[in-house]
Design a protein around this ligand. Sequence first.
Ligand SMILES: [Cu+2]
Length: 116
Amino acid sequence: MLRGVIKVMVVMAVVSLTAGSAMAQTKYVIGVDGLSCPFCAYGLEKKLKKVKDVESVTIDLNEGEVVVIAKAGATIKEESLRRAVKEAGFSVSSLEKVESEAKGQKSALSPAGNRT
Ligand SMILES: [Cu+2]
């Protein structure tokens, strides 16, 4: 009887662990040239959202920066992002891939402990 309880607890622990790791998200920070008004941004957003495994697109017009977040556990082909930007009529000035642990709603920029 007790054994059964322990077994259940172990299974639950394993499940919560895997759920935690599934929250890891990859995001892409893309510098885009030529983004000047909300219409441009809208067109680009539409294009990017059609790219495979894209979860969300956030565009900062002031910075000319686009943040694309991949679906949990997925990565997006950088080539696909570049093509989408190009097809929308803009050019990519920079593209940075950022791995992040999506714990809470904070955008956690893991500083230390990230040895590469
Ligand atoms: Cu425009």
